[in-house]
Design a binder for this molecule. Structure first.
Ligand SMILES: [Zn+2]
Length: 441
């Protein structure tokens, strides 16, 4: 029999590391890992790898050679650090993406300055998600210092690339190599900025497809001699707006998607291109064209990209068939209507069961650290859990981390220092419980 675990000294250990946690967050934010194109990945991976090497982790750097986006100029370099003691046991893995989106306009603070002001660190990636990455590092280091040399299982921390652009050269690539499957890994926590008291169980599904309508080219002054692909696309878009969107809005999910407006099926027309490539027209004071010159044609081709997000209660086959049925009906009823569909990407909805060990351990840790019960949520969009579920085949995965989701990708993004410390405490207690569950019963 073990004596019952007292986590208070571990929590104090993490609180005492607050300035280290702030400094690590600042160091990570000051490396501008902007994606696209995927800048400075190696510098960020090395910073993380060298630090974890000093903390006794075995560090590997895995370049996604030849994977989407990888090039000599922008190599896709991931870092994975593992520390295992001699006793067998489960592996707990913390996965964070290192990439950030471009700063964009509207900042009042330097976007890569990582300035600390009034208990907040400001900068691109503070919230999404270098603050969470730093919290997971300090959580593991403090836990290891607390446990000494006698603990079962393994701890892993990874810094991965390209989450903001689909994760195919990051978690997607590593999952294909077995890094996110049993028996190597048992539990995964992704410190995305969901808030210190919320556990994200998964996400809606996504189906991206390109719909093409076809017509017949002719001179724009005699459109009756051609057949406009753009007008055909207009008919399809009208069906989407008038028929499909109201139908989707009535299809409600039981999953706790946040914000609640996303607890239904949705569709977005991501882009549309028809006829000539986009022209830049301009005129001088005499009314003469000075940019591209007008060339009148009837469009023989129009392409729209659909971003269809679907709920756990729908199947991918049904989602796809619904669009094809609409197009088939137009083909039957609208003279000259012809179309093609090309699928770009799809991922199924994921939902980790509420009684999965990683969910229970994190929920108990939140209750212990914050003194309140967590809320359970699901995400409207996908994140790297999609690769862990589909390619890794691992269901024991959640997103949990500091920061306010609404601040992600915004100007003056920040993370609160108190949130960093509390989330690190939650991560450490949750990891300890997952490594050594018998001591917590
Ligand atoms: Zn993120």
């Amino acid at each position: 029999m073990h004596p019952p675990v007292d986590v208070a000294p571990l929590l104090a250990e993490i609180a005492a590391r607050q300035s280290d946690l702030v400094a690590l967050t600042q160091h990570l934010v000051r490396i501008p890992t902007i994606n696209p194109p995927g800048d400075a990945y190696e510098a960020c991976a090395r910073l993380l790898g060298e630090r974890l090497h000093k903390s006794g982790f075995v560090v590997s750097y895995v370049r996604a050679q030849g994977a989407p986006g990888d090039s000599e100029q922008h190599p896709r370099i991931n870092v994975i650090a593992r520390r295992a003691e001699t006793r067998a046991g489960p592996c707990v893995h913390f996965n964070s993406h290192m990439d950030v989106v471009e700063p964009g306009p509207g900042w009042t603070m330097p976007p890569f300055g990582a300035e600390l002001r009034d208990g907040r660190i400001y900068g691109r990636g503070t919230c999404d998600m270098k603050g969470g990455l730093a919290a997971s590092v300090v959580a593991c280091e403090a836990l290891l210092a607390h446990l000494g040399d006698d603990w079962p299982g393994a701890l892993e921390i990874s810094g991965t690339v390209d989450e903001e652009s689909g994760g195919f050269s990051g978690v997607g690539y590593l999952a294909k190599q077995g890094y996110f499957s049993k028996p190597r890994v048992d539990h995964v926590i992704i410190p995305e900025p969901l808030g210190v008291d919320r556990i994200c169980l998964g996400h809606r599904g996504v189906w991206w497809a390109e719909v093409e309508t076809r017509g017949r080219i002719a001179h724009g002054s005699m459109p009756f001699l051609g057949d406009s692909a753009i007008l055909h696309m207009g008919a399809f878009l009208q069906r989407i707006e008038q028929t499909l969107i109201p139908q989707l809005a009535r299809r409600r999910t039981q999953e706790p998607v946040e914000p609640p407006g996303a607890r239904v099926s949705t569709i977005n027309v991501n882009s549309i291109h028809g006829g000539q490539v986009e022209q830049r027209y301009a005129s001088n004071a005499d009314g003469e064209p000075v940019g591209d010159l007008p060339a009148p044609v009837v469009a023989h081709r129009c392409v729209a990209v659909l971003d269809r997000r679907f709920i756990a209660e729908e199947t991918l086959d049904d989602v796809r068939q619904e669009i094809i049925d609409m197009l088939d009906e137009l083909q039957r009823t609208r003279p000259g209507f012809d179309y093609g569909v090309r699928e770009i990407m799809s991922f199924l909805p994921t939902a980790t069961p509420r009684d999965a060990p990683v969910v229970l351990a994190t929920a108990r840790a939140i209750a212990r650290v914050l003194g309140r019960e967590p809320s359970f949520i699901a995400s409207p969009g996908t994140y790297d859990q999609k690769h862990i579920a589909r390619t890794g085949g691992l269901r024991d995965c959640i997103a949990y981390g500091p920061g306010i989701l609404d601040l992600a990708h915004q100007p003056d993004e920040y993370v609160a220092v108190d949130d960093l410390v509390q989330s690190a405490q939650v991560m450490a207690v949750a990891a300890w419980r997952l490594l050594d569950p018998h001591r917590f019963d």
